[in-house]
Design a protein around this ligand. Structure first.
Ligand code: SAM
Length: 471
């Protein structure tokens, strides 16, 4: 059945294809277009995504037009002939005792290192800024619509804005800042609709700012909402605001520069140290070791994952092609009230224990994924192999809009799949998945996220880990 997959890939494109976290993407070098069957739930469209249609939750077949990144795609193309190669089993493995069912392959008492480093803008669109050296994550209209139409996000923001406005008896007394308003001036319009006296809407993306201005004019809110184009760090407001709404939260929470933006934006607020004056008031990024279907299916010499250079693969949070191997833990955690946001790095060590129960339970959803493109016998084999493999540390965000309104992009606390426009981010942390897991292994991870205070300098990420097989 492997051959079916080979044929599929080769026939889709003999010269260029890219993996997508969530669906078959085939791209043409001449049109620089990637078509993906991902749903419209993508926060940011990856420049180069990976692709094989193993996902059941597919949207329309041609709903994706992605920005191009020919060099990266060419690199992928050169290595993009499919192969199913064996998992990495450490050469130092002491082979098993006879009582163990998995005795032929389990690498007792060994340790394997893995890791990845990348920049926040790697693989993502960038804002079109006048200084070419400046780099800020950018969005296209499809991504803005996905955010706006996310039923797990936008109504919760609306509620939080309402609660904050009506904390005072007189919402008209309130001056509001919508920082990063986007093309629909979404939260600014909500605040105005709810009776805010004055709203400033800042937007760094020139096209989005123009569109926001048009939206405001059309709604007849020009006297209430003032749209200001530019990066917030370069802007002065004529007055201080009562509260700020700033949805600048990436799939790794910090990747859209929220630490730097919020740190600077404190100067806009009358009382920046009051956590009620920030929506959201706190964000977290959760992470857990994960298995990934395609990382198991394709490997060297034909396919070289190291050519991604650390650039993470991005999944819909509902995508069963990615399964968690341990309970999630917090990696980033920041409160916006001043002081907490004044942080230049997130750094620490986490220890995860691979769950035998999760390995067992992951087999069925992985089987369903493989089954879409493969026969039952092969699918079962792929699913069992994949369920016992580690590809990297998956990450996703959690937002506290106030002390009781919380948005989860994956189920809390176990990290189960759910719909969200945010993505689950998986840096592939070794050329081949680390396999032969049984449960009980330890994954020790050191993470270091550099979070510059200049919004035009993208955060830098590094995760280094050790997988310890036990006896
Ligand atoms: C995730 S989008 C949110 C758009 C809209 N608020 C919504 O929730 O649908 C973030 C927006 O903030 C803008 N942005 C990010 N950082 C900014 C900054 N420091 N100054 C101005 N705009 C910024 C981006 O261009 C983008 O339009």
């Amino acid at each position: 059945m492997i051959s079916t997959i080979f044929v599929l890939l080769i026939s889709y494109h003999s010269t260029v294809f890219a993996f997508s976290s969530s669906g078959l993407a085939y791209c043409s070098p001449s049109t620089q277009t990637i078509r993906s069957n991902s749903n419209n739930g993508q926060r940011i469209q990856s420049k180069s995504s990976f692709a094989l249609n193993l996902s059941s939750e597919t949207g329309s077949k041609d709903d994706g037009e992605l920005a191009s990144n020919p060099s990266r795609r060419q690199m992928l193309a050169q290595s993009a002939v499919a192969a199913f190669s064996s998992l990495v089993i450490p050469t130092t493995a002491v082979m098993a005792d006879e009582n163990n069912n998995d005795s032929s392959s389990y690498p007792y008492n060994t340790q394997v290192s893995f890791g990845a480093s990348w920049s926040a803008v790697d693989g993502l669109n960038e804002m079109d800024l006048s200084n070419r050296n400046d780099k800020v994550v950018g969005f296209d209209m499809k991504s803005y619509k996905a955010m706006r139409d996310d039923p797990t996000r936008t109504p919760v923001f609306e509620k939080a804005i309402k609660e904050r406005l009506f904390k005072t008896k007189n919402p008209e007394s309130q001056v509001v800042l919508d920082l990063g308003t986007g093309p629909f001036a979404l939260f600014a319009m909500m605040a105005a609709d709810m009776g805010a006296g004055k709203v400033y809407a800042i937007e760094g993306n020139p096209e989005a700012a123009a569109s926001a201005r048009y939206t405001v004019k059309k709604a007849g809110y020009e006297d209430i909402i003032t749209v200001i184009e530019g990066l917030s760090t370069q802007i002065q407001l004529p007055e201080k605001v009562d509260f700020c709404v700033a949805e600048l939260i990436g799939s790794v929470g910090s990747e859209e520069g929220v630490y730097a933006t919020v740190k600077d934006a404190a100067r806009f607020l009358k009382e920046p140290t009051d956590s009620d004056n920030w929506i959201p008031t706190r964000i977290q990024t959760y992470g857990a070791p994960a298995s990934y279907t395609l990382h198991n299916l394709f490997g060297p010499p034909e396919f070289d994952w190291t050519k991604l250079g650390g650039e993470p693969v991005r999944f819909r949070c509902s995508d069963n092609g990615l399964q968690l191997l341990s309970d999630p833990q917090v990696i980033e955690d920041v409160s916006f009230a001043v002081g907490a946001a004044d942080r230049s790095k997130e750094e620490g060590t986490l220890t995860f224990s691979i769950s035998a129960d999760r390995i067992t339970k992951n087999v069925q959803p992985l089987f369903e994924e493989f089954k879409q493109k493969s026969d039952a016998k092969s699918s079962q084999q792929y699913a069992e192999t994949t369920s016992r493999s580690l590809s990297g540390i998956a990450m996703w965000p959690r937002l506290f809009l106030n002390d009781h309104l919380i948005i989860d992009s994956r189920n809390y606390p176990l990290g189960g799949h759910q719909k969200s426009h945010w993505q689950t981010v998986l840096p592939i942390m070794s050329g081949r998945p680390l396999g032969s897991l049984k449960g009980g292994e330890t994954v020790e991870v050191k993470y270091k996220f550099e979070l510059p205070s200049d919004v035009t300098k993208p955060p830098q990420y590094s995760i280094q880990g050790v997988l310890k097989y036990n006896s």
